[in-house]
Design a protein around this ligand. Structure first.
Ligand code: DGY
Length: 341
C-alpha cells in the first residue's frame, strides 16, 4: 500500500498479543513481533528496542532506566496490563516517554477469578479434585468428608476498593455477604451506593471470613500481608490474592497455612513468577493456585489487546491515549512533539 513515502514508526511487541492488537499497530507502524513466549533477557530487550519509537510490553518485562538509556528514540511504552509496577514511570516521565495501560477491560474477568479462588479455597475444590482422581475416594458419602466453610452470608474484607475491588463487592452482595473494605482513601460514596463498610486494616483482618486483595504493588504494599497481619485473621479465614505477588509474604503465608492461623488461601500471583514446583506453598493441601491468569478470558485479553494497541498508536499520532499513566509527561513532551504519524 502507498504510504506516501512517510517513514513509519518502528514498534516492538515483546510477545504476540491477541488480535486486534497486532493488526491495529501494523496498519500504521512498522511492527516487529518477538514470537518467543518466554520473557526476553534484559540484554535481549535492549537489543530489540534500541531503535524503536514504541514498545508494547507485558508485565513480565522490566522497563527500567537501563532500557531507557539504551533506547533513546523511545516515545511510548504501552503495557498489556492494568498493573504497571514493572515500569519505572518516574524515569519515563523525566525523559518524555508516555506510559499507557489497560484499566477497566479486565475488571470483571479478574473479579470472577478472585471469586473462583475464594470458592475453591473455601470448599477445598482442588483438594477434592485430587482426592477423586487419585483414587482415594473409597468410603462413599461421608458426614465429615472434606469439610469447608460457608460462603453465603459470611463476611468478606476487600483490601483496595478500586474497579476490581468494587466488582468483587458487587458479586458478594449476591451471596448475601457483609462487605468490609479498607483502602488508603475512604469512599463514602461507595459505602452509600453499595452498602459496604469502611474499616481499618486491622479490624478488617479480624472480622473477615474472606480477605481479598485488590491493590497495586508499591513500596507501601510489598509485604503488607505479613506474619503479624496473618495472625490477626480468623483461623477459619480464607485469603485470596489476584493482585500482585509480593504483597503477601510467602514465607509468612506458609507458616499461617501450616500452623492453622488461617484456613486456606487462593493465589493467582506469586513473589517470583513463574513460581517453581519447589515453592513450599505448593506442598500444602490448603492452597489453591493459578499461574497469573485472572484476566485470561478470550474477551478480556482481546479487549486489552485493542486498548494497548490504540494507546500506543494514539500517542505516535500525537493524540491522547485511552489510558495514560503519567499525565505529567505532557509537560515534559507535549503530544504534538511526540507525533510521528
Ligand atoms: C494486569 O493486567 O496487571 C494483570 O495482572 C494481568 O492481566
Amino acid at each position: 500500500m502507498d504510504d506516501g513515502g512517510l517513514i513509519k514508526p518502528k514498534v516492538v511487541m515483546t510477545r504476540r498479543i491477541l488480535e486486534p492488537g497486532p493488526s491495529i499497530i501494523s496498519q500504521k507502524c512498522d511492527l516487529y513481533v518477538r514470537e518467543e513466549r518466554k520473557p526476553p533477557t534484559k540484554q535481549e530487550l535492549i537489543e530489540l528496542v534500541k531503535d524503536a519509537d514504541g514498545l508494547l510490553c507485558l508485565l513480565s518485562d522490566k522497563i527500567d532506566r537501563d532500557v531507557y538509556d539504551a533506547c533513546g528514540k523511545l516515545r511510548v511504552v504501552s503495557t498489556y496490563s492494568v498493573g504497571f509496577d514493572h515500569i519505572d514511570v518516574e524515569e519515563a516521565t523525566k525523559r518524555g516517554v508516555y506510559v499507557c495501560y489497560t484499566p477497566g477491560v479486565l475488571t470483571q474477568a479478574t473479579a470472577d477469578q478472585a471469586w473462583t479462588l475464594l470458592m475453591a479455597a473455601a470448599r477445598r475444590l482442588a483438594e477434592a479434585d485430587r482426592y477423586v482422581r487419585e483414587g482415594k475416594w473409597d468410603i462413599g458419602w461421608a458426614p465429615d468428608l472434606l469439610l469447608g466453610y460457608d460462603v453465603y452470608g459470611a463476611t468478606i474484607g476487600i483490601i483496595g476498593i478500586g474497579r476490581i475491588g468494587q466488582a468483587v463487592a458487587e458479586r458478594a452482595k449476591g451471596f448475601n455477604m457483609k462487605v468490609l473494605y479498607y483502602d488508603t482513601v475512604r469512599r463514602e460514596d461507595l459505602e452509600r451506593q453499595m452498602g459496604i463498610e469502611y474499616c481499618e486494616l486491622e479490624s478488617l483482618l479480624e472480622r473477615s471470613d474472606f480477605v481479598s486483595l485488590h491493590i497495586p504493588r508499591t513500596k507501601d504494599t510489598i509485604g503488607l500481608i505479613n506474619e503479624d497481619n496473618l495472625k490477626k485473621m480468623k483461623p477459619t479465614a480464607v485469603l485470596v490474592n489476584t493482585s500482585r505477588g509480593g504483597i503477601v509474604d510467602e514465607k509468612a503465608l506458609f507458616k499461617a497455612l501450616s500452623n492453622g492461623w488461617i484456613f486456606a488461601a487462593g493465589l493467582d500471583v506469586f513473589e517470583n513468577e513463574p513460581t517453581t514446583s519447589d515453592n513450599p506453598l505448593l506442598k500444602l493441601p490448603n492452597i489453591v493456585v493459578a499461574p497469573h491468569i485472572a484476566s485470561a478470558t478470550h474477551q478480556a485479553r482481546s479487549k486489552m489487546a485493542e486498548v494497548a494497541a490504540m494507546n500506543l498508536v494514539n500517542v505516535l499520532e500525537g493524540k491522547d491515549p485511552l489510558f495514560l499513566v503519567n499525565q505529567d509527561v505532557k509537560k515534559v513532551k507535549p503530544l504534538d512533539k511526540v507525533k510521528m504519524i
